[in-house]
Design a protein around this ligand. Sequence first.
Ligand SMILES: *[C@@H]1O[C@H](CO)[C@@H](O)[C@H](O)[C@H]1NC(C)=O
Ligand SMILES: *[C@@H]1O[C@H](CO)[C@@H](O)[C@H](O)[C@H]1NC(C)=O
Length: 400
Amino acid sequence: MGVPFLLSIAMVLTLTSGQYYYQGLMDYLENRFLAIEDRMLIWHEQSNRYSTELRDFKKRTAQFIGGLNEDHSNLRQDLEGAGVRVDRVERELDYIETQNPARPCVTHADRMVDVDQEVKMVNDGTKGGEEDDGFSRVSDCVDIISSIRAMKILKRTGSPKGMWTKDARSSKVYVFNGTTGDTLYQFSSVLDLSASSGVAHSRPIRLPSPWSGTGGAVFNGHAYYVTAEGDELRLLKYDLENSTVTDSAVFPVEAADPRPVYGLSPETAVDLAADDQGLWALYATRESGSISLAKMDPDALDTEQTWDTGCPRENAEAAFVVCGAVYVVYNTRAAGRSRVQCVFDVNDLVTIEEAPLLYFPRRFGAHSSLKYNPREKQIYAWDDGYQILYKLSMKRKLLV
Ligand SMILES: *[C@@H]1O[C@H](CO)[C@@H](O)[C@H](O)[C@H]1NC(C)=O
Ligand SMILES: *[C@@H]1O[C@H](CO)[C@@H](O)[C@H](O)[C@H]1NC(C)=O
């Protein structure tokens, strides 16, 4: 009996001590759980806080980026707006320039810069009676250009540079293709040229020596052109009907160093213009940065009088002579809009107020030659391989 009793007591004791032990364990665990729960709560709160902060941050970033995008597109719009405004200002400037032109420079003849005795004799003798303050008028014509009235593109033939012109004394039209060559083409009329399929239906005329540059001229059945002969420039007068050289002269310019008369047309050393007023030559000299002008006798090719026009050669592309006044046409190296920006009148009759600033129609080409026809009052122009006619409106010079 004693042993089982003891045993059972021991068991009870063990049980109770086990119970105590478990209780303690439970308590401990519960405390731990509570602590863990507390901590989890804290973590939870913290992670909540973090995620809210993250959300806020994301929102703020999104707003910021949105703002940036908006700024960017505003900036783009501003830039586009500025571009449009610049375009408009450019157009308005063009318009204002054509409506209310800045005065082109007019340079007046330095009276009798360089007259030789022979000219004085000629003027006093055969051409006398035109005296003005003791100086002779070189040209009797009193027309001045008021505007370019119309443009007609007639044809596209030949290379980008060249020259075409009509004999003011006949209906015949001549094409000088390229900046040098010895064959020019004769058409019986402008219509004949525009209807032709090129030079095949023309009469080719073989010159005894090649022309140099685009400065030739045709008047009264004769071609006047300059040929480079060794280190001199020779002026030739050639009868187109019976194919003979009628006369020739060495051009009075330092030919060992021929310069282009127009800065933008490097092939042309001398540019000729022939009409009822005579034969004019535009050329460059070593001394001057401006274009020089000579009046020559169309029969004997004598130089009668010379002037420094004061019109700069730089950025000039071509020029033409109307009634004793030289109109120099300027452009930019990257071919832009051609304009007359310098006028030189040998008679001093074109005043600053009268001198027109003429804009050629916008074509973004470059004129390699401009030849004025006094009968038709139009210019025969060669523009990047196109043969173009410009009709001019004229007014009378204010006579002083
Ligand atoms: C014009 O001249 C160019 C070379 O300068 C040549 O290639 C072309 O065939 C010529 N055209 C005509 C119609 O003569
Ligand atoms: C060529 O014609 C002109 C007149 O047009 C004449 O004076 C000249 O003598 C003629 N020349 C020849 C070689 O026939």
